[in-house]
Design a binder for this molecule. Structure first.
Ligand code: AMP
Ligand code: FE
Ligand code: FE
Ligand code: ZN
Length: 288
């Protein structure tokens, strides 16, 4: 096993994590990681701060993003790596998804108020401090105001798909997300495949095959919620379709205290070879 490790899936307070981007990078260096990717939901606003801190500390920081996309099976998220966010199609896509997120917030507030729960824009802004508003911010307020005993219950009672206050948000198809990432000279990677809730390996293979036909570059095999056997299945699938195997904790700081940077729920190890494999694919695709 490689002694070098990385964490290619993390969130800062620019989306629904709790750490400033620079603090997150500092914690990654302290944890002994060789590389980190900042992959905030629907925003690149933390990348400059993370990149600058990484340069100071001598740790690699891969510029990333995470898009939620439309899917008929469970939650599908697509990660983008090595993105150059100024690309026109990419920035137009970012504006579209940010607008859809912004439109959801008042709808969710209204849905909750119909249920007798008062959550205001001011409440949200006091915790997001200008970052993208996400359901976890609502979950935190629901717990603080005593409407749910914990995060999980806030989601299952109010915020999850099918729950009382659920408001859909995704507007991108998987193909549109992949295309936007490619337009920014990035690599598109299927995040946490367990969340697709496929009932068999064959079903997962079918989804991955369809995404590969649309240009998918990789799949997140090592992940906090994956069992060793599921990780093994995912690795087999990446070999079959010749895509890169990646991994990350999906660290959110204090917003998900049971997930640690670099080590997930305790025994996650993402080999540094993932970064090398991503870099090789990037060079092959776009040149050095
Ligand atoms: P959003 O992008 O605002 O719809 O929020 C999606 C985020 O909510 C995910 O990235 C997770 O961080 C979090 N999330 C989704 N479902 C759950 C759940 N059942 N329990 C806790 N957190 C969740
Ligand atoms: Fe999140
Ligand atoms: Fe995700
Ligand atoms: Zn994530």
């Amino acid at each position: 096993m490689s002694a070098l490790s990385c964490d290619l899936h993390t969130h800062s307070n620019c989306s629904d994590g709790s750490d400033y981007p620079g603090v997150l990078v500092k914690k990654a260096a302290e944890a002994g990681l060789q590389a980190i990717a900042l992959t905030d939901h629907d925003t690149v606003s933390g990348l400059a701060e993370a990149g600058a801190e990484a340069l100071t500390l001598g740790i690699e920081c891969v510029p990333g993003i995470e898009f939620g996309v439309l899917s008929s099976r469970g939650n599908m998220h697509i990660l983008g790596y090595f993105i150059e966010p100024s690309a026109p199609l990419f920035s137009a896509t970012l504006q579209r998804v940010q607008a859809a997120r912004a439109e959801r917030t008042p709808k969710l507030i209204k849905r909750l108020s119909e249920l007798g729960i008062s959550i205001t824009i001011d409440d949200l802004e006091s915790i997001t401090r200008g970052g993208q508003v996400g359901r976890p911010h609502f979950a935190r307020l629901l717990v603080e105001k005593g409407f749910a005993k914990d995060f999980g219950q806030a989601f299952s009672k109010y915020l999850a798909r099918g729950a009382k206050a659920y408001v859909p948000k995704s507007i991108l198809s998987p193909g549109e997300a992949i295309q936007a990432i490619h337009s920014a000279h990035g690599l598109a990677v299927l995040a946490h495949p367990f969340s697709l809730r496929c009932t068999s390996r064959r079903e997962l293979e079918t989804v991955v095959q369809e995404l590969c036909q649309q240009g998918l570059d990789g799949m997140e095999c090592w992940y906090s919620e994956h069992s060793p056997s599921f990780t093994g299945q995912c690795l087999d699938i990446t070999r079959k379709f010749n895509i890169v195997a990646t991994g990350g904790s999906d660290y959110h700081g204090a917003a998900k205290p049971y997930i640690k940077l670099g080590s997930g729920k305790g025994n996650l190890v993402v080999p540094y070879e993932c970064v090398e494999a991503l870099r090789a694919r990037h060079e092959e695709k776009y040149g050095a």
